[in-house]
Write a protein that binds this ligand. Structure first.
Ligand SMILES: C[S@@+](CC[C@H](N)C(=O)[O-])C[C@H]1O[C@@H](n2cnc3c(N)ncnc32)[C@H](O)[C@@H]1O
Length: 211
C-alpha cells in the first residue's frame, strides 16, 4: 500500500504490529472505563461514535461496556490491529488511513486519542476537518498537550511524535465548538494509570441551524 506520509508507513508496518501486541485490552480497558465514564457524564444521547485510529479497540471496548447499545465505528491503518477490532461486536471497521477516509456519515461523537500526535503536521488541518464533519454533536480529543507545537523523539524515532494544542486549534478553526470539559490523566495514577494525556470534550453549539 502506498501512503502519502512516512508516518502512515510507520504505523501500517512492523512498528504498529509490535505496538498492538504490547497493548493488551486486559490491561488498558479498566483505565479507559474510568476515563470515559468521566467524559460521558458530561454528554447526552450518544447512540453512535467513530474513533479515528483505534488500534485494537481498548477505548471502544470500554465505551461499549458503558453504553451497550452504541453503534461503533473505527478507522485503523494497521492490519494486525484490525484483526482484533473485528472481534468487537457491531463495530464497523474502515481499513484505511484517516488521510484517505472520506464519508458523509455522521456520528454523535468523533473520538481521537493518542493519534493526532502521530499525524504529519502538514495533514492536521484536513484531519481536523474530518473530525468536525463526521460529528453530529461531540468531538473528544485526548492527546499529549503542549501550548506550542514541538517534536519529541518517540522510542528512538524522529518525526513520529508531535505535541501541540490540538483542541485549541480545532476550536479556533470551527467557531461553533464549545469546550464542555477537559482533564488530565496521569501515568502515576495509583489505580488507573495511563499515558499523560490531556482530554477535551467539545460540542457543536449551533447544530440545529447547520443540520
Ligand atoms: C498510539 S496508538 C493509539 C490507539 C488508541 N487510539 C488508543 O487510545 O489506545 C495510534 C493508533 O493510530 C493508528 N494510526 C496512526 N496513524 C493513522 C492513520 N493515518 N490512519 C489510521 N490509523 C492511524 C495506529 O495504527 C495506532 O493503532
Amino acid at each position: 500500500m502506498k501512503y502519502k506520509t512516512e508516518q502512515e508507513d510507520f504505523w501500517a508496518g512492523e512498528f504498529g504490529v509490535e505496538y498492538s501486541k504490547r497493548n493488551s485490552r486486559e490491561v488498558t480497558v479498566a483505565p479507559n472505563i474510568r476515563l470515559f465514564s468521566r467524559i460521558f457524564e458530561r454528554t447526552q444521547g450518544i447512540t453512535s461514535l467513530i474513533e479515528f485510529g483505534s488500534n485494537i479497540g481498548s477505548n471502544l471496548t470500554a465505551i461499549r461496556s458503558l453504553l451497550p447499545r452504541v453503534d461503533l465505528a473505527a478507522i485503523e491503518i494497521n492490519e494486525f490491529a484490525r484483526e482484533e477490532l473485528a472481534k468487537i461486536e457491531a463495530c464497523q471497521v474502515y481499513a484505511e488511513s484517516i488521510l484517505s477516509y472520506s464519508s458523509e456519515k455522521k456520528y454523535d461523537m468523533t473520538l481521537v486519542k493518542g493519534v493526532l500526535i502521530h499525524i504529519n503536521p502538514d495533514e492536521l488541518q484536513s484531519v481536523y476537518r474530518k473530525l468536525y464533519d463526521s460529528s453530529r454533536r461531540y468531538i473528544c480529543i485526548a492527546e499529549y498537550y503542549n501550548p506550542r507545537p514541538v517534536e519529541v523523539v518517540y522510542r528512538g524515532h524522529e518525526r513520529r511524535l508531535f505535541k501541540r494544542d490540538f483542541a485549541g486549534e480545532i476550536m479556533d478553526r470551527f467557531d461553533d465548538l464549545a469546550l464542555i470539559d477537559y482533564g488530565f490523566i496521569y501515568h502515576r495514577d495509583p489505580v488507573f494509570p495511563q499515558d499523560d494525556l490531556t482530554w477535551f470534550l467539545l460540542e457543536k453549539q449551533d447544530r440545529k441551524s447547520k443540520a
